[in-house]
Design a protein around this ligand. Structure first.
Ligand code: ADP
Length: 415
């Protein structure tokens, strides 16, 4: 079955075409046939389309909206010169899997999209105004393009965390506010944390119930997850992705009083303050240079910029604190797993995070740590380390494709 996996952001669209079915899932034989990214939708868009095994096609063209972006991709798919193996036209796409950021308490697992599900996703816009509208645009555009006979499935970032217990997900505010408005921690990056836990269990050859680990998804957005008996027990992001770790441009945990104080002092609006906390804080806000970790590390190497060093140290220190907290919450974990663009590619950041952690018996093998870049899945702790350390490149698209197949065939979809 060829599954078109779609991830629509506010001005970007990422996709993969994955050939998978129940047999391929069972034998880990799913194949990614093609993938692509369209950025800066709404103006002169940057387009990268890639048939696996061939040279990527790159272009810059005006693309008005998500529908126009999908139409562009569909023409590329159907173009005889593109030659995606086994795909000659849109008719060879059998299903679509959509990443949906917020499923609130309503969606605890992936579901087939129908009118009711769309209404449910719309209901979540209130608490995910930055994300769910873009996901919905993708759903509507894909429906128009692929027609009513191609089933579509929604895969929620929040779903994996729906197993969190009350003590993890409640905020210490009046309980009625949770009852009335469902104000609580939901957590995000669930598809990624779920995949990392799945790979860990495969590497170790253990059943799901024996997975007790801390997963770190460190990208532009970053989050930590405490996984107990194979299920999400706690996670660092909150009702929205703003809470938790320091990120590329998001502040992470902060005293809420700061918001009112800033409005008062700067004479700005609430919207402007949220824009600062979401888009101009974190690594960018402290360094004053960039939100891009690779660029920042290069800057440090070349100029030893004080604020760049501070930003990196703060970023890592926050991760260390969450590891400590989750070690306590889990009564110890068997492994710490790094993933995401930073977690998968930056030996410096992993070294910084794992330094001075002997109190929990964490011993990084520095040589292996240097080797673990460019998508390598490997253990990077010493044989004597009490807690193992892994780099596990994440693959959210694979989870999405597999869930799409399982939902359509109505088989259980526990990873
Ligand atoms: P997103 O959250 O946007 O999906 P990614 O998971 O792709 O983000 O991660 C992007 C981040 O990973 C950027 O900050 C980028 O600089 C960082 N990154 C990628 N490669 C490296 C590297 N070799 N060293 C350090 N950081 C890296």
């Amino acid at each position: 079955m060829n599954v078109f996996v779609l991830n629509c952001g506010s001005s970007s669209l990422k996709f993969q075409i994955i050939d998978t079915d129940l047999e391929k899932i069972a034998n880990d034989k799913d194949i990614c046939l093609a993938k692509g990214l369209i950025e800066r939708i709404g103006s002169q868009a940057l387009i990268t389309l890639h048939v696996i095994g061939k040279e990527p096609f790159k272009s810059a063209e005006p693309i008005r909206d998500h529908k126009a972006a999908l139409t562009y991709i569909s023409k590329w798919i159907s173009n005889p010169e593109t030659r995606i193996p086994g795909i000659n036209s849109l008719d060879d796409i059998h299903a679509v899997g959509h990443r949906v950021v917020h499923g609130a308490e309503r969606f605890k697992m992936s579901v087939k999209i129908d009118k009711e599900v769309i209404a449910g996703i719309e209901d979540c816009i209130d608490i995910a105004p930055l994300h769910n509208p873009a996901n919905l645009k993708g759903i509507h555009a894909a429906k128009e393009l692929f027609g009513p006979n191609v089933p579509q499935v929604a895969i929620f970032d929040t779903a994996f965390h729906s197993t969190m217990p009350e003590i993890s997900y409640l905020y210490a505010i009046p309980y009625q506010l949770y009852r009335r408005f469902k104000i609580r921690k939901y957590g995000f990056h669930g598809t990624s944390h779920r995949y990392i836990a799945y790979r860990y269990r495969k590497i170790m050859g253990i059943p799901r119930e024996q997975v007790n680990i801390i997963t770190l998804h460190l990208g532009n957005g970053s989050s930590a997850c405490a996984i107990k008996n194979g299920r999400s027990y706690d996670t660092s992001m909150g009702m929205t992705p703003l809470e938790g770790l320091m990120m590329g441009t998001r502040c992470g945990d902060i005293d809420p009083t700061v918001i009112e104080y800033l409005i008062h002092k700067e004479g700005t609006t609430l919207d402007e303050v949220y824009s600062v906390l979401n888009k101009r804080s974190g690594v960018l806000g402290i360094s004053g240079l960039t939100n891009d970790m690779r660029d920042l590390l290069m800057e440090i190497e070349e100029h030893q910029d004080r604020r760049a060093i501070l930003a990196v140290d703060m970023y890592c220190n926050k991760i260390k604190k969450y590891i400590g907290a989750y070690m306590s919450a889990l009564n110890g974990a068997d492994a710490i797993c790094f993933a995401g663009g930073i977690g998968e590619n930056s030996p410096e950041i992993r070294r910084n995070v794992c330094s001075n952690m002997s109190y929990i018996g964490l011993e990084l093998d520095h040589e292996l740590n240097e080797e673990a870049v460019n998508g390598k899945e490997m253990e990077i702790s010493t044989p004597t380390s009490k807690v193992k350390i892994f780099v596990i490149p994440t693959n959210e698209e694979l989870v999405m494709a597999r869930d799409t197949v399982r939902v359509i065939l109505d088989v259980p979809r526990v990873f």
